[in-house]
Design a protein around this ligand. Structure first.
Ligand code: NAD
Length: 491
């Protein structure tokens, strides 16, 4: 077992003035929220929250900056975003350590998160010279019509905890490139890496005051951002139920919202599939992707009966072989992010067994003194599950895979599509014709004969209750941060 060496950030210094408003760092005026290291349950630091007045000040600063930022050329805006990416790359060990400490994500993924965040920023910046409008002829003589893509104005970027920097970059980078100003609100569970990233940007770059602002706090602060008439677009990643609350709150001012929400992705394994490929892909798509705390993960596997026994045997064996432990060591899964997440996953497994499910492997906290503290949960496989059980319907967001038998593709599609969620889907088959039918699966991203992990230049957005008004990445994601304006030029 090897322990990686990393710098150890000074948390107290980091959060002494964690709010960045109109080009100035400020202390938070509202109650602090503890940030806990999930690997040992120790409080890393308490982060003060923004008061309502401070949220308003951040939004006002963003409003005051938006006109000049909009007039700044898109390529200059893209240049700044590229420079922000470079600053992240120069500070991978420090930022990666903060991600690890606050999320419990294993070392390899924590480092990767910082690198991926920089990549997201660069890919978005590359659109700086490609934001296109259209010119239309008019029916009126001596007139031409221009269709322009213009920014919304002020974007509130409200983030989830599972990939704190990557989630942020998918909002911040396209918002800035398209000419919006931004108020960032990281999750109260994982604010440290975001605070440090903004500090590094401010220390190293010339960011015009008010273009990037940062407020800390929980749902209260998020609610202030959503309800304020000073917010033009809410870009949110998080739980579906929070998304519904946001839509209701934003409706008072008809503020635009773009929501990236949870999922209950079905993975269909047909009798003609390469079972080894399906097993390996779904180990990654359920367990080793942030201990199952990744939105696009497979949440249930629907296996055709002729290969059910073989799949369960091989899958359970592979799951049981995964190493769970301190994310600083060579393991496959770190802990879950916090006590609430641990309780939620534990309760989901308990309910599944009450409803008739059988734990084939895993089921709870691993045994051993090293697991007494920390929110560790074993990779768990459940059989005896049917479509009516809550484990087959509700998002688990943890390392638990329910296996459901199906009699063929039609039944698999029927069960897969009955969910109100529609984020991702998976299909394993060796038939080209069947693979083409996968388009019948109701979701925003479909992985055929492969594991989780979306391309940064493609599109990431849920259908049904997994997304609303949004979709991130690539050209389509970038354009979500713009609105179309028709201008009639008559001479
Ligand atoms: P969450 O909804 O609890 O919190 C997300 C953010 O919303 C946090 O910053 C939180 O402080 C804030 N918030 C809470 N209440 C609010 C309110 N009333 N108004 C405004 N903001 C409020 O979600 P979470 O637990 O941080 O994240 C886990 C969820 O996120 C899972 O459901 C997961 O599937 C989903 N997720 C989706 C994607 C995606 O791209 N589709 C990516 C990551 C996570």
């Amino acid at each position: 077992m090897s322990t990686a060496t990393t710098s150890s950030p000074d948390h107290t210094k980091l959060v002494s003035s964690p709010l960045y408003i109109g080009g100035e760092w400020q202390a938070g005026e509202a109650d602090p929220i503890a940030v806990v290291d999930p690997s040992n349950e120790r409080t890393l630091v308490e982060v003060p929250s923004a008061s309502a007045a401070q949220v308003d000040a951040a939004l006002q600063a963003a409003r005051d900056a938006r006109e000049e930022w909009r007039r700044t050329g898109a390529m200059a805006r893209g240049r700044l975003v590229r420079e922000m990416a470079a600053v992240l790359r120069d500070n991978v060990p420090e930022l990666g350590e903060l991600v690890l400490q606050e999320t419990g994500k294993i070392q390899m993924l924590s480092t990767m998160e910082v690198e991926v965040t920089a990549d997201f920023m660069v890919i978005n910046a590359e659109w700086d010279s490609r934001i296109e409008g259209e010119i239309l002829p008019s029916d009126t003589p001596r007139e031409v019509i221009n269709l322009l893509r213009v920014p919304y104005g002020v974007v509130a970027a409200i983030c989830a905890w599972n990939w704190p920097l990557a989630v942020l970059s998918r909002k911040l980078a396209p918002a800035l490139v398209t000419g919006n100003t931004v108020v960032i609100k990281p999750s109260e569970v994982t604010p440290l890496s975001t605070i440090r990233a903004v500090q590094l940007w401010v220390e190293n770059l010339e960011i015009p005051a008010g273009v990037v602002n940062l407020v800390t706090g929980g749902g209260e602060v998020g609610g202030e951002l959503v309800r304020s008439p000073k917010t033009d677009l809410v870009s949110f990643t998080g739980h579906r139920d929070t998304g519904k609350r946001i839509v209701a709150d934003a409706s008072a001012n008809l503020t635009q919202v773009a929501l990236e929400l949870g999922g209950k992705a079905p993975a269909i394994v047909l009798a003609d599939a390469d079972i080894g490929l399906a097993v390996d892909s779904l180990i990654a798509a359920r367990y080793t992707s942030t201990s199952g705390q990744q939105c696009g993960c497979a949440e249930r596997v629907l296996v055709e009966r002729p290969v059910l026994d073989e799949f369960v045997e091989r899958y359970a064996k592979a799951a049981a072989a995964l190493r769970v432990g301190d994310p600083r060591t060579e393991v496959d899964l770190g802990p879950l992010v916090n006590a609430a997440q641990f309780e939620k996953v534990s309760a989901a497994v308990a309910k599944a067994t009450e409803e008739g499910g059988t734990v084939v492997t895993g089921g709870g906290r691993p045994e051993g003194g090293e697991f007494e503290k920390g929110f560790y949960f074993e990779p768990t496989v459940l059989t005896g599950v049917d479509r009516s059980m809550s484990i087959a319907r509700d998002e688990t967001f943890g390392p638990v895979m329910p296996v459901l038998p199906v009699d063929g593709l039609e039944e698999a599609f029927e069960i897969g599509n009955e969910s109100r969620y529609g984020l991702t889907g998976y299909l394993y088959t060796s038939s080209y014709a069947t693979a083409m039918r996968a388009e019948d699966m109701e979701c925003g991203e479909l992985f055929i004969n492969r594991s989780v992990g979306e391309a940064m230049h493609a599109h990431h957005g849920g259908h049904k209750e997994s997304g609303y008004g949004g979709g991130e990445d690539g050209k389509h994601g970038l354009y979500k941060f713009t609105q179309v304006k028709a201008v009639y030029h008559n001479w």
